[in-house]
Design a binder for this molecule. Structure first.
Ligand SMILES: Cc1ncc(COP(=O)(O)O)c(C=O)c1O
Length: 440
């Protein structure tokens, strides 16, 4: 299969669906270009007019095993024939346990672990916030600028990504403070790595804890090991190790939001494994069930000490979603994590060439198949070039490549983990051709 555009975009059928959508759907959704899905297969998606696109977005880093992987579909169908729902809150079923056991084995945390299932990423974050408060009996949270943790009121309070996501929704929950993330390409303190001596960590202890927040009140630090929506930002190794040290010193829980960076995307099962750090709670969703709605938190047994009835969910851990998750976990461990590492490295090496060749490509970063390309006005000023980034995305679409942005001016490359080197090269050729055309 190759990308193939056979109509004007949007085609006639797509146009009709978009017109209907405009009448009925919430205007809050962020559709940036008119792709109307009909079918998906592996790394490709087809629209309703018969156009074929290579997918570098994977339903926002969700379709880990590609579109409609036969094994995932089979597990879903088999489970659907057996039963669709029986609320794990009230009763037992083994497919949920199969997933829980595998997750407990996979997380980089010592000792016994426990799992709480949710339906989404935001709901996993809510569960982690509640558990952190419950376990520590403290109320304060620390989160980071540019972080995205979801849109429900608790998760939104931790989110520090775009003001449009918060405006109109105040008051949010009290007790959240944001501090700068270690975003070295645009250091918020205008310092250089590593002569900065990780001032972003020092700030937490020397400013925050001495002036406005008593560390004894802090329940948890919420951190994405690699920031997702904020721009695919990879912090230095010492940053994550430093957060662990701060948490240990003050009895604070380290909560890793692996909703986007987890489930093999970065070439390891969890993004935090690149940093050699053990979190206290891990939040999961997106790729966990290849597109079926499922989220989870995994915590050490001593941390997950909430009592009978203190937290639950009707749909969380739905059996069909768990069946999809089981197939996903098997496929990840049987080779897709390795593929993410190998193909990710191949893509990264080509992208590094783009930084050298094109003045508008400022920075390339990421791990595995979670890669960001930061688009700038030029190397002299490094001004973020949002319009140019958006133009590249639109032009790629016209040429048969589905892409999304992240942060104000970054292109994200997050294809399904089944992508081959050849498919990756096809996508990179489209991006390169587009950059040459759009960025004069
Ligand atoms: C890191 C991270 N956390 C949480 C969320 C929220 O997940 P959901 O949209 O499933 O609620 C997202 C979604 O993009 C995310 O990227």
């Amino acid at each position: 299969m190759i990308p193939k555009i056979v109509t004007k975009l949007p085609g006639p059928k797509a146009k009709a669906i978009i017109a209907r959508d405009k009448k009925y759907m919430s205007p809050s959704y962020t559709r940036d270009y008119p792709f109307v899905m009909d079918k998906g297969e592996g790394s490709y998606v087809m629209d309703v007019d018969g156009n074929t696109f290579l997918d570098f977005a994977a339903g926002i880093a969700v379709c880990a095993t590609g579109h409609a992987h036969p094994k995932v579909v089979k597990y879903i169908c088999d489970q659907a024939h057996q039963f669709l729902h029986m609320s794990g809150t009230d009763f037992y079923y083994d497919v949920q346990l199969d997933v829980a056991e595998r997750l407990c084995r996979a997380v980089p945390m010592k000792g016994k672990k426990r799992v709480f299932f949710t339906n989404s990423g935001a709901e996993a974050i809510e569960a982690a916030m509640k558990l952190a408060r419950y376990h520590t009996m403290r109320h304060q949270f620390i989160a980071f600028f540019n972080a995205f943790h979801g849109r429900t009121l608790g998760a939104l309070s931790l989110t520090g990504s775009k003001i449009i996501q918060k405006k109109g929704f105040y008051p949010l929950i009290p007790g959240v403070v944001h501090v700068p993330y270690s975003y070295c390409y645009r250091c918020p303190y205008n310092l250089e790595y590593d002569s900065c001596c990780l001032y972003c960590l020092k700030y937490i202890e020397d400013m925050l804890f001495l002036k406005t927040v008593d560390p004894d009140d802090v329940a948890a630090i919420f951190v994405e090991p690699i920031q997702g929506e904020g721009g695919y930002v990879v912090p230095p190794m010492e940053f994550m190790k430093g957060l662990r040290r701060i948490c240990d010193k003050y009895g604070i829980l380290l909560v890793c939001d692996e909703v986007q960076s987890g489930m093999g995307r970065t070439g390891k099962m969890f993004g935090i494994q690149h940093f050699g750090v053990q979190p206290d709670i891990i939040c999961l969703a997106k790729g966990i069930a290849s597109g079926m709605p499922l989220g989870a938190i995994v915590a050490t047994e001593d941390v997950m000490n909430w009592k009978y009835g203190s937290h639950a969910s009707t749909f969380g851990g739905n059996p069909v979603s768990c069946a999809a998750s089981l197939a996903t976990l098997e496929l990840l461990e049987e080779g897709l994590i390795k593929n993410a590492e190998v193909v990710g490295k191949h893509i990264f090496e080509r992208l590094v060439g783009f930084v050298q060749k094109y003045d508008c490509v400022g920075d390339v970063r990421g791990r595995g198949l979670m890669l960001g390309i930061e688009i700038i006005e030029g190397k002299k000023t490094r001004e973020p070039a949002q319009k140019l980034r958006n133009a590249i995305i639109t032009e790629c679409f016209k040429n048969g490549l589905i892409m999304l942005g992240c942060g104000p001016n970054t292109l994200r490359v997050c294809p399904p983990l089944v992508i081959t080197k050849e498919e990756a090269d096809l996508g990179l050729d489209i991006i390169e051709k587009t950059i040459k055309k759009v960025a004069k």
